[in-house]
Design a protein around this ligand. Sequence first.
Ligand code: IMP
Length: 177
Amino acid sequence: MQDRNEYKQRVLISEKQIRESVQVMGQRIAADYGEEPLTIIGCLKGSFIFMADLVRAIPRSLHIDFIEVSSYGNDLSSSGNVRIVKDFKHPVQDSHVLIVEDIVDTGLTFDFLFEHIQLKKPASLEIAALLVRSTVDLQKRPVKYHGFTIGEEFVVGYGLDAAGLYRNLDHVAVFEQ
Ligand code: IMP
């Protein structure tokens, strides 16, 4: 069995840095949406830990749902093809919707989710991502809430995987085989 110590680990973002950033983001989201109805949709699988921490940092009632999409398969690079593995169920018409993603990389998932959820006519639609690559054009793809900007390195941990592994790390590390 492959062990989580079998790769060289370079911590990129520590558990403490993540915790602080998520708290700040949660407070901002709470302040921005006030008492308006809010549905938070986590994009699986990569967002599951971020999602769990973020919703607990938003001190108000909200609906929570998940969508699972796939674009990577078991590879380290995107197939360029986003497809729905499991759709969300909660009706979002006239509710504000916040999508939660682990990382906006090429932005293809961002585009896909935006288009897919916009069809359900939410009152508003925004994205919160833990990580955004520096190559993302934020004018074209406005990620309203994001924790950290990273470069081109492939990262694992805090929900992000390499071939299904390392999601359970409590920090974000650069994946070096
Ligand atoms: P995008 O559609 O290219 O923006 O990629 C979105 C998905 O690719 C993310 O939700 C991640 O699951 C995955 N991804 C992109 N970069 C990384 C990485 O460095 N490590 C792990 N997964 C990644």
